[in-house]
Design a binder for this molecule. Structure first.
Ligand SMILES: Cc1cc2nc3c(=O)[nH]c(=O)nc-3n(C[C@H](O)[C@H](O)[C@H](O)COP(=O)(O)OP(=O)(O)OC[C@H]3O[C@@H](n4cnc5c(N)ncnc54)[C@H](O)[C@@H]3O)c2cc1C
Length: 496
């Protein structure tokens, strides 16, 4: 009898899952496991603990709730989820040995640390005579599947996307059948029977994330169906944070609660039927593949290297002054309402709209002169959808050091961005209620309002809302000087 263990990691779903499909297709008995890995969770518990010593991390809660759905579903079919709290490098070989499986099935992970972990586990399993089989699942095309005509890795998005679309066939987006035969999902042996570890037992507290982001495949499907009614207007609304223009599916995608193949199928079909919204949305999903591909081919990015090495010579602000500026940015106290409202959105919910990610990243690097890596780390800690490849890609795009990044001399103006993308100040008012009484003209730069309007709105700058911590025009000039070191290295770069 052939036995298998499917180890779920960032593919938390029981449908259209490549590893689960192959396990079911090739084995008589299959078990499913998830490890709350202490190597990942411990660093999340280093600061901000509550009075009971528990950490508030929305992602751990979101995963935990998604796993409850999986456990329930598996139990209905006779199995159940084997969930443990420990080091996956120890737990997985032990579980596999107790179960007596021939093979452990996983889906590829492209992050350097995860690749190293999988290598360690493969070697431990090998000693037990157990194989580790890994499949592509998180992306449509990976690693070197999409190459230039001269077989090189792309570093520019548009030709990559064109090639990606040209290569795409039905088979790349077909769903993997994951229906088990009767009794194929085996009962968990006594030695491994245990309830899902509680959040508290692992050092975490419930966060209430489910009140605005319904977890698991159920939650993801619900959001997807709702978005598909709006997808045809995506290109119109996607840049305006105050309106429901985007899908809000990134966290479900991050943890694999939805299948990327399913999303691409929906978008591609609509694109072929002429939907502009679906065409642009598909493009965003291709950006996701692009950044996964970039990280897989340039693992040094995970160690903090700039994609364009010249940019590592930039001298960023440092010392106490830099720390003070950074803290104001983190706390949403820069005095620039759109930047501050965006940071409040992130701090309160773990989400930030894409337009605002670009605005705050540009502000941090090009108005405050702070190293993009500080912002990248802050996002990594706070974003529910934190994804190493896209986060690194986004930060390097904004700071101009990335592949296909915006040129260094393009510096977002936080006031005109605000006027353009939140013209009524609706988004700002939602997160900065103290500015609610300001007119739509004044809300983007309150310090430019006269005393009479500020007083009528009940605002004293410096007391109710900060004065701007930098002057954008001066900061812009300073940034062009700061980046001149790059200009010298790339003399063909156009002047500002
Ligand atoms: C500085 C910065 C940091 C970012 N960090 C992350 C991150 O950690 N995790 C993350 O998933 N995205 C990140 N992004 C990309 C993007 O902002 C989010 O994917 C998007 O805001 C998620 O919201 P949504 O699901 O409603 O997006 P939609 O607009 O509905 O897009 C659909 C999906 O396409 C993908 N996508 C969209 N835009 C991008 C993009 N620019 N790059 C890569 N994939 C994209 C996402 O998977 C997203 O869920 C970052 C962007 C910037 C500028």
């Amino acid at each position: 009898m052939k036995k298998a263990l499917v180890w779920l990691r960032r593919d938390l779903r029981l449908y259209d899952n490549a590893a689960l499909h192959h396990a079911l297709a090739n084995n008589d008995q299959v078990w499913v496991a998830f490890i709350f890995d202490t190597d990942i969770l411990e660093p999340l518990r280093t600061e901000g603990l509550d009075e009971n010593g528990l950490s508030h991390d929305r992602r751990v809660d979101f995963i935990w709730q998604g796993l409850q759905q999986i456990d329930k579903e598996l139990r209905k079919q006779g199995g159940g989820l084997i969930a443990q709290f420990g080091k996956s490098t120890t737990c997985i070989p032990k579980i596999a040995e107790i179960l007596g499986v021939n093979t452990v099935y996983v889906n590829h992970d492209y992050e350097p640390l995860a690749i190293a972990r999988d290598g360690t586990i493969a070697r431990s399993l090998e000693k037990l005579g157990i194989e580790l089989e890994s499949f592509k699942d998180q992306v449509i095309f990976e690693k070197k599947e999409i190459l230039t005509n001269s077989n090189a890795v792309f570093s520019i998005f548009t030709p990559y996307k064109n090639n990606w679309l040209k290569t795409l066939q039905e088979k790349h987006i077909a769903a993997y059948e994951c229906t088990p035969n009767k009794d194929q999902l085996a009962e968990i042996p006594k030695a491994l029977q245990a309830p899902l570890p509680s959040l508290e037992s692992m050092g975490f507290t419930p966060t209430g994330i489910e009140t605005y982001l319904p977890p698991g495949s159920e939650g993801g499907q619900h959001f997807l169906e709702e978005f598909l009614h709006r997808i045809d207007q995506y290109q119109i609304g996607r840049d305006f944070p105050a309106i429901k223009g985007v899908s809000y599916l990134s966290t479900h995608l991050r943890f694999g609660m939805l299948s990327i193949r399913g999303l691409v199928r929906e978008a591609h079909r609509r694109m072929l039927a002429g939907s502009m919204g679906a065409t642009i949305w598909l493009s965003e999903l291709i950006w996701r593949d692009f950044y996964f591909m970039i990280l897989a081919n340039h693992p040094r990015l995970a160690e903090g290297a700039a994609f364009k090495p010249d940019y590592d010579n930039i001298k960023w602000e440092s010392g106490a002054h830099a720390q003070k500026l950074f803290k104001a940015w983190c706390d949403g106290k820069t005095g620039y309402p759109l930047v501050d409202a965006a940071m409040h959105q992130l701090n309160q919910s773990g989400y930030m709209h894409n337009r605002l990610r670009m605005v705050v990243a540009s502000f941090l690097t090009k108005d405050l002169g702070i190293d993009w890596r500080w912002g990248e780390a802050y996002f990594a800690k706070h974003l529910n959808d934190f994804e190493l490849s896209s986060n690194n890609g986004g930060w390097q795009w904004a700071s101009s050091s990335g592949c296909d990044a915006q040129p260094y001399f393009r510096i977002f103006n936080p006031i005109t961005q605000s006027q353009k993308f939140d013209p009524e100040g609706k988004f700002i008012r939602r997160y900065l209620p103290q500015l609610d009484q300001l007119s739509k003209k004044s809300i983007h730069a309150p310090w430019e309002s006269g005393h009479i309007e500020l007083e009528a709105a009940g605002i004293l700058l410096g007391r109710d809302y900060p004065l701007p911590i930098v002057n954008h025009d001066e900061a812009r000039k300073k940034t062009l000087v700061r980046y001149s070191i790059v200009k010298k290295a790339n003399p063909e770069s156009p002047a500002d």
